[in-house]
Ligand binder design. Structure first.
Ligand SMILES: Nc1ncnc2c1ncn2[C@@H]1O[C@H](COP(=O)(O)OP(=O)(O)OP(=O)(O)O)[C@@H](O)[C@H]1O
Ligand SMILES: [Mg+2]
Length: 484
């Protein structure tokens, strides 16, 4: 349930529940005090049992009324009057008999009331006359009668404070306290449950945020329920995952950067050290004959060339990595392109023992969209490897062009030493050189194939390698066909 809905419902409940509970409680309290609840009434102190008191009172009054008709003289009989005492006290009433302007009997001392304060003889209002005498309220029942040989008299039944006032005084505080309790309990309970359902998820979010702040990105956030906070938690969790991924990527970049610097410094240092060595040798007069000097100079030239090549590759690699190399794409038929390219290279091939063969599957066109110079770089890096690592006297390089569905594939296969299967997944990584190549005199930085891969990927193509130790290596470049 959404928080908005929960808050609205709890607000309604906070209004409705106390009203219902208060009505029930009020009804019960009133019935308890005034109503007839059988056994339950007995639990109340007698003075608070208004229902019972009222009925006893009217019974007694009726009997006195009858007496005043039938045997008025008995109302002067002290023994009879004494016998009423207990009943009168129970109902908290005072019996007073007035003759003329004086009381001839009062069951209790009526300190504040004189006989003249009471209604005069013959005054008949209601049965229950509420009179204010002094600052007090009295409920007065009056019965006028005639006493033989004495004259007119009035019988009064006086109750201090009306039942209503007493009732009000007793019930109102009880009702008030009950209402207060109901309000506190219902609102407290509802507030507790509603706020708990909001505060708990906020707390767990707060903890998660703290953990993230302190760099702990492994603490997954528990996602429960279905409300606004769940959505927030989900967003937070997604954010944590993304942060974790980018932190891992950042760490990887950092690691790569360190590796790159280490490799570059190593690869630059090696030729420079040997150049320095040869120059020092020349300076120290080690090159005693002109042939020797010539050889030294030749080596220095060779090493400088290697250095130049390395710096070139590094430069291209980093520019490709930063995507700062501009590509000029044009539609090219790979059959013509490869024929021209291999013709260009013929001179180099002639110097080696390796034979190069170019075949294609006979399709009429192999149209692709490429940057001519960049693809040339890819091919020469691959062919250079085949030539460089060739260990057979009858070395072969087969270049085959095939058209498959919407792709054109260039396969370059050599019968060289091949690459160990455990090294194969890494040959496209920058600076990677398989173990067997490191020990050889073949120079190289391990950037050739990673540059080739970056260029092919920039063409939205794919580059794959297959190799078997001692048998040879095949590199497959797939490029998307286009139509003219
Ligand atoms: N045709 C191949 N035959 C055998 N091993 C190969 C062949 N091509 C690549 N390799 C292996 O893969 C590694 C990576 O090749 P890559 O061209 O990236 O680097 P490199 O040739 O060592 O250096 P660079 O090309 O930068 O001068 C090589 O060191 C070599 O071990
Ligand atoms: Mg290479």
């Amino acid at each position: 349930m959404s928080i908005r809905k929960r808050l609205n419902l709890s607000f309604m409940a906070m209004v409705v529940i106390p009203i219902i509970l208060f009505l029930i409680a009020g009804f019960l309290i009133l019935t308890l005090f005034i109503g007839d609840l059988g056994e339950l009434n007995k639990l109340l102190p007698e003075s608070h049992n208004y229902k019972q008191t009222a009925s006893q009172e009217s019974e007694l009054f009726v009997s006195l009324k009858e007496k005043s008709f039938q045997a008025p003289l008995e109302l002067l009989d002290e023994n009879y009057l004494l016998s009423l005492q207990a009943d009168l006290e129970r109902i908290n009433a005072v019996l007073a008999i007035r003759h003329g302007s004086n009381f001839i009997y009062t069951s209790k001392d009526l300190a504040d009331i004189t006989a003249m304060d009471l209604p005069e003889f013959g005054y008949h209002s209601s049965d229950n006359n509420i009179e204010k005498i002094g600052d007090k309220t009295y409920a007065i029942k009056q019965q006028d009668f005639f006493i033989p040989n004495v004259g007119n008299a009035s019988l009064f039944f006086i109750k201090d404070a009306s039942i209503l006032t007493k009732l009000t005084q007793t019930i109102y505080p009880v009702l008030f306290v009950t209402l207060l309790l109901i309000l506190v309990i219902t609102n407290g309970t509802l507030t507790y449950y509603v706020s708990r359902s909001i505060i708990n998820p906020i707390d767990s979010l707060k903890n998660a945020a703290r953990k993230i702040k302190s760099g702990d990105l492994n603490h997954a956030i528990e996602i429960k329920g279905k409300d606004e906070l769940t959505e927030l938690a989900q967003t937070f969790e997604d954010m944590r995952k993304q942060l974790k991924e980018s932190a891992a990527l950042q760490a990887q970049y950092e690691e790569n950067r360190k590796e790159l610097i280490a490799h570059i410094s190593h690869d630059l240092k090696t030729p420079i050290t040997s150049i320095k060595g040869y120059i020092e040798g020349i300076q120290d007069g080690v090159a005693t004959s002109p042939e020797r000097l010539q050889r030294y100079l030749q080596t220095i030239y060779q090493k400088s060339n290697d250095l130049d090549h390395l710096i070139d590759e590094l430069f291209l690699y980093s520019k490709l990595d930063l995507k700062k190399v501009p590509f000029t794409f044009e539609i090219v038929d790979l059959k013509d392109y490869l024929t021209d390219y291999l013709e260009e290279l013929n001179f180099d091939f002639e110097k080696t023992q390796t034979k190069v063969r170019f075949t294609h599957d006979g399709s009429s066109e192999f149209l692709v969209q490429v940057d001519r110079d960049k693809i040339k770089r890819v091919l020469s890096n691959i062919i250079e490897n085949s030539l460089k690592y060739m260990d057979k006297a009858d070395g072969n390089i087969d270049i085959n062009l095939r058209s498959i569905k919407d792709c054109v594939k260039i396969e370059i296969t050599d019968n060289g030493p091949g690459i160990a299967s455990d090294a194969l997944p890494y040959v496209f990584h920058q600076f990677y050189r398989a173990e067997q190549s490191r020990n050889k005199q073949t120079g190289g930085s391990g950037l050739g194939l990673s540059i080739a891969r970056m260029i092919v990927e920039e063409h939205n193509g794919e580059i794959e390698i297959e190799s078997q130790l001692n048998k040879g290596t095949k590199i497959i470049i797939s490029l998307r066909k286009v139509s003219r």
